[in-house]
Design a protein around this ligand. Structure first.
Ligand code: BGC
Length: 487
């Protein structure tokens, strides 16, 4: 084989990254699609408020089960085959959703589809972190995060077209079955793409296929020095066996990290983000935007804002640190939700201008989330576990994300009905302010600290808040001790 241009080499790596990140796109499509489809599904099946919540959250409960299964699947069958399995479930699940003849069948189909979302949300980032060469690892994982938000906005756009403009069989608009079914198309593309992808070299090594792992690196056109560096890193990592369950039973410091990851993911969901993602058209209706067109286009704008504001986090998270951005995010989200709640409590039907203010505040809320809790909670959760318990830690925190997500999806309409429109938003606003205290007391700053140092600090029993960068005043005294522990 002759020498290969650096551009071609980059393209191969990005093809691999892009194809695996399609899992993020599907995850986003499935999160985004339901908001636009729900009003029409409700009409077809005459859903009660409880049933509406169940249609939304069935997918999320499926994702909880999928996440819990994916640790076993991806270590037994390999990362690539597990992603292929999830792609097949994405295709079949989307078709089942689109063809459901009753609300029970639809709920069952969404539960099944959720398995794919859960498996993909665990396995794709794992595959990406294992296959990407050191230099581009960060950017490939960010690509996955960004794909989720792009998936959401694409679903909003397709919903808008199918809700108002597309004509099939003489009927214009309201095509919820197509909204749900069309996701089978990108899922098939992902299936075909993943067929071309190599298995994760780290998994191959772990299972004794060293030569095949080296062949993968050759296929990616890494040169001999690069391959040697990757192999060395993998061999170092593999010396540390994953013994999460053992560690969970015996090590209280590990349990503290697990508790922190669980708390962080509950917080991410209780910011109220998915209230907006799943029920945006309903919120636009409450704000006085009566037509489907207004509600759908408003939702598209929300989705675009979500994508764009994610770049703020990508640009600043390694410069300003995680915690300052999170504080700015909580204050922005809290103030925005309190504003929405207050306006909704002020007889909005008599003051149409309040509706515009409320939607403006909702945009500010989305910016607050996308620049902070959206990516940063996932980042911190990938940093706080000791290496040998990382798989278990990430399984716990990812499953918690989906459980909390399901509870939010299930309860929002009930809260609106029982507690009042305005008060529901005031509640979420208040929670965002309370979360600042959690961050002040318990969350470490992990910017620029090596994972080894975080691990050493955690296992030495330091308070959680101090396992990252030590507080300024103690830094000079503490540093020599810590670096000694880290080695
Ligand atoms: C969250 C999802 C949310 C998405 C919105 C992700 O970080 O985990 O629940 O729907 O961000 O962009």
């Amino acid at each position: 084989m002759g020498p290969i241009s650096p551009l071609r080499k980059k393209l191969i790596i990005y093809f691999i990254g892009f194809t695996a990140a399609l899992a993020g796109l599907l995850f986003g499509l499935d999160i985004g699609v339901i908001s636009g489809a729900l009003p029409f599904i409700k009409n077809t099946f005459k859903l009660s408020i409880e049933a509406e919540g169940t249609v939304v959250s069935a997918l999320l409960w499926g994702a909880v089960i999928g996440t819990l299964l994916s640790g076993v699947l991806s270590s037994k069958f390999g990362r690539r085959k597990t992603i292929l399995i999830s792609a097949v479930i994405f295709v079949i699940g989307s078709i089942l959703c689109a063809t459901s003849r009753s609300e029970i069948l639809l709920i069952g189909a969404r539960l099944f589809l959720g398995l794919a979302v859960g498996v993909a949300s665990f396995t794709a980032p794992l595959y990406l972190s294992e296959i990407s060469p050191q230099k581009v690892r960060g950017s490939l994982i960010s690509m996955y995060q960004l794909m989720i938000t792009i998936g959401i906005v694409l679903a909003f756009l397709s919903n808008t077209w199918l809700a108002s403009y597309a004509t099939f069989g003489g009927v214009t608009g309201g095509h919820w079955r197509t909204m749900l079914g069309v996701i089978a198309v990108p899922a098939t593309v992902m299936f075909l793409g993943v067929l071309l992808l190599p298995e994760s070299p780290r998994w191959l090594f772990l299972n004794g296929f060293k030569e095949r792992a080296v062949a993968v690196f050759k296929r990616m056109h890494l040169n001999d020095a690069e391959i040697a560096a990757e192999v060395k890193e993998i061999e170092e990592n593999l010396k540390i066996k994953q013994n999460g369950f053992e560690m969970f039973k015996t090590n209280s410091n590990f349990r503290r990290a697990i508790g922190l990851g669980i708390g962080l993911q509950i917080i991410q969901q209780l910011t109220g983000i998915n209230v907006v993602m799943y029920f945006a058209p309903t919120i636009f209706r409450i704000a006085g935007f009566a037509t489907t067109d207004q509600q759908m286009w408003g939702t598209v704008i929300i989705g675009i804002t979500n994508v764009l504001a994610t770049f703020i986090a990508i640009a600043f998270v390694d410069r300003l640190g995680r915690k300052p951005i999170m504080y700015a995010g909580f204050i922005t989200m809290g103030a925005a939700m309190v504003t929405v709640g207050t306006l909704f409590n002020m007889r909005i039907e008599k003051h149409p201008e309040f509706g515009y203010f409320a939607i403006f505040a909702l945009m500010i809320f989305i910016i607050g989330f996308a620049m902070s809790a959206g990516p940063i909670i996932w980042i911190i959760c990938s940093e706080i576990y000791p290496l040998s318990g990382r798989d278990l830690g990430v399984t716990f925190s990812t499953a918690t994300n989906w459980i909390a997500n399901a509870i939010v999806g299930q309860t929002f309409l009930l809260l609106l009905a029982g507690f009042g429109n305005g008060n529901t938003f005031l509640l979420y606003g208040g929670l965002n302010i309370v979360f600042i205290i959690f961050f002040l007391m318990l969350v470490p700053e992990t910017k620029g600290v090596s994972l080894e140092k975080i691990e050493a600090n955690l296992l030495s029993g330091l308070p959680l808040r101090e396992i990252g960068q030590p507080p300024r005043a103690r830094r000079a005294v503490e540093l020599p001790v810590r670096s000694a522990r880290a080695h």
